[in-house]
Write a protein of this length. Sequence first.
Length: 250
Amino acid sequence: MPNSVTIDCFAESVERYRKGYAVVVIDVVRATTTAITAVALGRRCLPVVSLDAAHSVASRLADPLLIGEVDGIMPEGFDINNSPAALVKRTDLHRPAVLLSSSGTKLLEAAASCEAVFLACLRNFTSLANHLAGSFADVAVIGAGTRGEFREEDQICCAWVADRLFGLGYRAGNEETAAIAERWRGCRPDAWTRGNSAAYLRRSQQLDELEFILGHIDDLQAVFALRDGEVVWEPLARADPASERELLYD
């Protein structure tokens, strides 16, 4: 059988992919964008699933940076919101980030016991697809979902990972995967900004988040994995060692 890629959504779907799959977690607005940006900058990043877990993990770290939101609101005592735009402005890279979000970190927690777990956002979908094609026969690309909705930005990122895998010889794992990939094939990177996530960012005056995400499209030649509760930089499959950590920023 040809290699397969399947698009899915929500933490509850992870159970279908525990064995035999590389699982890709996607939460463009904003958990995986924030986590990938943190590690790309040289900062450690540890995603957590609750406030209690955030404080527990932080208590074991030296000078941690608490990042995140609960239902869109930054918890009391946190340093910054779940914000890649705010993160890139900081110079305290020695501080490990403890990241909490309403959807994305819950999906990461659910996927943690899968055989291989990777993170994607609109910054690294091509590099990740190339890496997966060199190493895994079956891939599940899972959007975090928000308020019971498979949001457009996550659909686009899932579709673009899948579409690149199609070009590398993979087949769609089901009809829904093929339909989502077809829907978003060749779309503009800002096609998702008509949806509810972008509307929320506008309504809450977080336009810098929109600008950051749209200004960083496929600009990282890098792969990021979840290992032992931490997001880490993964060596690129078949990469030139001299260029493994090369970043292409705007």
